[in-house]
Unconditional design. Structure first.
Length: 133
């Protein structure tokens, strides 16, 4: 599957005289077979989520044994658990875990880590990423 990541920059006024303009970036992902969709951020967590949902996985919030919030992805009898701390996200399935930094600036590394998680834990074919940001 091929996916193109694009960005749009906006300057938004704060709405009052004391507030200056705020710079915001919106990221879009366009699949080879469809219209662009907005993604929350340009990070591993957002990219994994959009491809998992596209592949038919469902997600729900669950509580871990340590009473921490986590996201559980389910498809048929398969489950992948996403937990996070202040610097990284951790995907776990069948005793196997893959960690990723929350912020990866290098687009090549971002694509590699996303594909590692998708392939290893979700059994989704690698994505051919193109970054136009």
């Amino acid at each position: 599957m091929k996916a193109t990541i694009m960005s749009e920059d906006f300057l938004t006024e704060g709405g009052c005289n004391a507030c200056g303009p705020v710079h915001s970036v919106t990221y879009l992902i366009e699949f080879s077979e469809g219209r662009p969709q907005t993604i929350e951020a340009l990070d591993v967590e957002s990219l994994v989520m959009i491809f998992a949902l596209k592949a038919g996985w469902k997600q729900e919030m669950v509580m871990t044994d340590d009473f921490e919030d986590a996201i559980q992805f389910k498809k048929d009898q398969q489950k992948v658990l996403l937990t996070e701390d202040y610097r990284q996200v951790i995907y776990t399935a069948n005793g196997q875990a893959v960690q990723a930094l929350k912020e990866i600036e290098d687009y090549t590394l971002l694509a590699e880590k996303t594909n590692e998680i998708l392939r290893t834990l979700f059994k989704i074919e690698p994505v051919d990423f193109e970054f136009n940001v």
